[in-house]
Design a protein around this ligand. Structure first.
Ligand code: HEM
Length: 482
């Protein structure tokens, strides 16, 4: 999380012009993603004016965070200081419908849309007679989605009111409607005892890029990135030279609807628990699970706590991201090459070979969805209720960011290259079109790095998504609104 405050950021970034979720992350317990189709472009753009005051910028979110913090200190057991934030992004199809030329957004993945990218991303699907790939996605994501509003709050009941307001602005459901709801998905953080954890039980939201000119005194960790890696039109944006002015201060959002098969994942971890001297069965299972993720459930990184969990380290914001996977640590004795956190940010695996990593950084802002695993599911070792991650990440280039880390790293068994053992796919998100055989992964046994474990199935299943562009506040006022 950012350490910036509205007054302390030494920034040439205009924090009041950037949508709030991108750099500061909405404070949230619940978040609804409202996917829409524009029905009448001109009238939608007129109605859009009413929505603008509800859209929170970075500055406002930082202010709200300060207020929430102050309130908590004064009233530790009192009611929450309420926050509600709305942000919005448009797909290429949305810009087309609105008659807005987005060609200088340049990003081929964005301009084609995620449905056209699904096969390349490794999603499960079938081929039509004409040879067209049809992803095995929920129906709503198989049609053109024009945009998404993400509505987040730390007070769950506030979201419903805000959604109602939005539907009133656009007269949704009436004969004069200027937009239509395609679908809405509601995300929830997990209950208190699992605060901050994703559904497999690992602490999430630890490592995000810190941004030069925004984050003040970031904790030790990977090098901060230039603002343009996340925010379009700034230094670090690979297509900066081509942008037209309204694109500046926007960011691309990749959204993915990812189901998690938790009982099946737990069963795989248990069945493959490490049987090492001095470890109980449970410790062997916890170590095996940590070696799939690259961190323990507590958040402690394997590179610093290779054989036993260190919950205090997992909580320590100044230490838990300060590591590099340096080769002198015996390649994958500490952490497998394919472990999710290592695949997603290989640190020394690339940097020590002179390969820059900055352009691959993404700002993750997802939230969990679905209920907790039931006793019945646990007993039957079988998922009966949908749950998972509404994955969101922001970047100035989807091609360099989300698309690359999914296809070039997670789905690529030979990444990282030139290492003594074949790494295998990222066991958490590496995809092979839904096939039950994702091939072998090395390094799960710290004593036998060449020992291979077969990744039998996918425990994370993609059922939809889209690429969006979240414009600046000025662009919302001057380009989108009429
Ligand atoms: C259900 C699916 C997923 C689960 C359960 C999951 C879980 C996690 C966990 C537990 C961490 C470590 C905590 C942290 O550093 O914040 C992590 C880190 C990360 N994940 Fe995922 N993740 C999922 C999907 C994805 C996807 C789809 C991507 C991108 C394609 C991704 C990219 C990353 C990145 C970039 C990091 C941080 C690496 C670092 O900076 O050290 N994750 N994830």
């Amino acid at each position: 999380m950012s350490t910036s405050t509205p007054t302390s950021a030494p920034s040439d970034l205009n924090l009041k012009n950037i949508q709030g979720d991108i750099l500061s992350g909405f404070p949230k317990k619940r978040e609804t993603f409202y996917f829409f189709e524009v029905l009448d472009a001109t009238k939608f753009r007129e109605d859009f004016r009413k929505l603008i005051p509800d859209i929170k910028n970075v500055y406002q979110v930082l202010e709200a965070r300060e207020e929430i913090c102050g309130h908590k200190k004064m009233h530790p057991d009192g009611p929450l200081c309420p926050f509600i934030g709305v942000n919005i992004g448009f797909s290429h199809f949305g810009f087309q419908k609105l008659g807005i030329d987005d060609s200088k957004l340049t990003d081929p993945a964005f301009l084609a849309g995620q449905r056209a990218d699904a096969e390349n991303l490794g999603d499960k699907g079938t081929k039509s007679k004409e040879g067209k790939f049809i992803p095995d996605w929920e129906e709503e994501f198989k049609q053109d989605i024009h945009g998404v509003m993400n509505i987040a709050s730390n007070c769950p009941n506030r979201i419903h009111e805000q959604v109602q307001l939005i539907e009133e602005y656009f007269k949704v459901g009436t004969a004069q409607a200027t937009m239509r709801k395609v679908t809405s998905i509601c995300g929830n953080t997990r209950p208190k005892e699992h605060n901050g954890e994703e559904h497999f039980g690992f602490l999430d939201g630890i490592s995000n890029p810190t941004v030069i000119g925004f984050d003040v005194d970031p904790p030790p960790g990977p090098a901060p990135v230039r603002a343009g890696v996340i925010i379009v039109g700034h230094d670090g944006d690979p297509n900066k030279a081509e942008r037209v002015p309204w694109m500046t201060d926007g960011s691309f959002m990749a959204f993915r609807l990812l189901y998690q098969r938790v009982p099946e994942f737990d069963e795989f971890v248990w069945a493959n628990r490490l049987k090492l001297p001095g470890l109980s069965d449970q410790q062997g299972a916890d170590l095996f699970g940590a070696r799939l993720m690259g961190r323990w459930k507590s958040g402690a990184p394997l590179d610093l706590a290779p054989f036993f969990d260190d919950p205090a380290l997992g909580k320590n914001e100044n230490m838990r991201n300060n590591y590099r996977f340096a080769a002198e640590k015996d390649f994958q004795k500490f952490c497998p090459f394919a472990a999710h956190a290592r695949k997603m940010l290989p640190r020394a695996d690339l940097e020590d070979h002179g390969i820059p990593i900055e352009r691959r950084r993404i700002m993750r802002r997802g939230i969990q969805f679905g209920e907790e695993v039931t006793d019945q599911e646990r007993k039957n070792k079988k998922t009966e209720h949908g749950r998972g991650l509404l994955f969101v990440c922001y970047q100035s280039s989807i091609v360099n960011g989300f698309q690359f880390v999914q296809t070039g790293w997670a789905n690529e068994a030979k990444f990282p290259k030139d290492v003594p053992q074949l790494p295998g796919l990222d066991p958490i998100i590496g995809q092979n079109h839904g096939k039950d055989d994702r091939g072998p992964m090395s390094g799960t046994n710290p004593d036998k790095p060449s020992e291979m474990v077969e990744l039998t199935e996918e425990w994370v299943v993609s059922r939809g998504g889209e690429y969006f562009f979240s414009p600046s506040i000025n662009a919302l006022k001057e380009i989108i609104a009429l």
